[in-house]
Design a protein around this ligand. Structure first.
Ligand SMILES: [Zn+2]
Length: 450
């Protein structure tokens, strides 16, 4: 608790008071600590940087770029805590199958499985000590003033993160619900708990719109997460719920950006180092200029150092914010804009199914899946296209059989049905990967609930 308060104060102070110069010095200090540690304890980086002097930011900018594929290929040598991919993967898949997201691997690490925004799976190690500090990061970087205590928070997330275990104290009450809960139950919990801070993906916030009159306690703020929040949508939610709406941008690779008290989305410059480049490799520093590459270095996670890691998402910067913070402002996040699927329950009612959930079923079924696409043309059908590494028989047949069984089981557990078809095809990604939609739901097939 004490650590949490210290983190809260420190994080707030960084964001409000760091001058550009002070921020640069802080980032460099953290970065060189990380580089030093990685060079000593990560066999992967030791080899990659062999013979390279890293003394300045310029040297840092010459280091090779990695991405999820490289990170996964060199998982064992890259992490600095001696974890093996085979064991960690088995552990993560087992948890996924049992829908058991509690507990720490070997009592010390949270193992995150990436989903949604990219076709193949990624496994992310976060030390327990860091995950336990995440609530402080969330609170310090949510734009919510402590003057607004007590906080009664409801998190609507698909995967529960251990750092965010339920908290019940007079000043802060934090409850979790799965995004798959029926809307009426979500509303009931909001009313019972008198929730005043709501955190949820925009696709779920949309589902709550028709029910806003049933929400009894006034909301102080809505925090949108996990998907891109379009500007129009932000305005709409603000008007409908009569409350400020802010956005956080959290990725498997780290908490990338959070809102300030003015509601602008600022990069968490003291936690992640974000580099933006255009197609020619020149740094992108100006507002409104679309970068073609976004590299992230997580400055706090020494267990699995992600250094100059290329993200699939892209961001567009904005002008400096009136809050005065020297942390850069994000105008728009590109990517992560998949459609929501609607399927029929056994009683013919329509139920939402979030694409990230289905993406996890697919990526955790087989290592042979290189890329996938889901198409839905009516609420009773579901079409899955797979691009395989090995598409020869019998590998091909095995993937189709396994995935077909998996999807049917998962849908059945949610009391949903669909005519499922799976086929194998070559999938070519567009040059701008942020534009690729893995879930294509035809408007004729979707029905917003009344
Ligand atoms: Zn600001």
């Amino acid at each position: 608790m004490m650590d949490g308060i210290l983190d809260y104060v420190r994080l707030n102070w960084h964001m409000d008071h760091f001058s550009p110069e002070r921020l640069r010095r802080y980032q460099e200090k953290q970065l060189f600590k990380l580089l030093d540690h990685s060079k000593k304890h990560s066999e992967f980086y030791k080899k990659q940087w062999m013979g390279k002097e890293i003394r300045s930011m310029k040297d840092f900018g010459q280091l090779p770029v990695i991405n999820k594929q490289i990170m996964m290929e060199h998982f064992d040598e890259l992490n600095t805590c001696g974890l093996r991919l085979s064991e960690v993967k088995e552990y993560a898949l087992e948890k996924e199958r049992n829908k058991d997201y509690n507990g720490y691997y070997k009592g010390r690490y949270v193992i995150g499985l990436s989903s949604g925004t990219s076709g193949n799976k990624g496994l992310y190690i976060t030390p327990k000590a860091i995950t336990q500090r995440l609530p402080a990061v969330f609170l310090a970087r949510s734009g919510i003033s402590l003057r607004r205590l007590p906080f009664r928070i409801l998190f609507l997330l698909r995967v529960f993160s251990q750092g965010f275990a339920d908290i019940h104290s007079p000043l802060i009450d934090l409850t979790y619900l799965s995004t798959m809960e029926p809307v009426d139950r979500i509303i009931r919990v909001m009313n019972e708990k008198k929730v005043n801070i709501l955190l949820a993906p925009p696709s779920l916030l949309r589902l709550l719109i028709p029910y806003r009159d049933q929400i009894v306690a006034p909301l102080k703020i809505i925090v949108s997460c996990a998907e891109v929040l379009e500007k129009e949508e932000k305005q709409r939610l603000k008007a409908v719920f009569g409350t400020p709406v802010v956005e956080i941008y959290q990725a498997s690779e780290g908490p990338i950006a959070s809102p300030c008290r003015c509601g602008s989305l600022h990069i968490n410059e003291d936690i992640v180092l974000v580099e933006l480049y255009d197609t020619l490799g020149n740094p992108v520093e100006k507002a409104d200029q679309v970068a073609s590459r976004m590299l992230v270095t997580n400055l706090v996670n020494f267990a699995q150092p992600l250094i100059r890691y290329e993200m699939n998402d892209l961001i567009v910067l904005d002008e400096p914010c009136s809050c005065g913070s020297s942390f850069r402002v994000i105008k728009k996040v590109l990517g992560r804009n998949d459609d929501v699927i609607y399927l029929q329950r056994k009683n013919k009612e329509l139920q939402h199914l979030f694409p990230d959930l289905m993406a996890r079923w697919i990526i955790t079924t087989s290592d042979n899946i290189r890329e996938f696409k889901v198409i839905q043309n009516s609420p009773t059908t579901l079409e899955v296209i797979l691009d395989l590494f090995d598409s020869a028989e019998p590998a091909r047949k095995r993937v189709i059989d396994d995935l077909s069984l998996r999807i049917k089981e998962e849908l059945s557990a949610l009391e949903l049905t669909a005519d499922l078809s799976i086929r194998i095809e070559r999938i070519t990604l567009p040059d701008n990967r942020a534009k690729y939609k893995r879930f294509q739901v035809d408007p004729m097939g979707t029905h917003e609930p009344a």
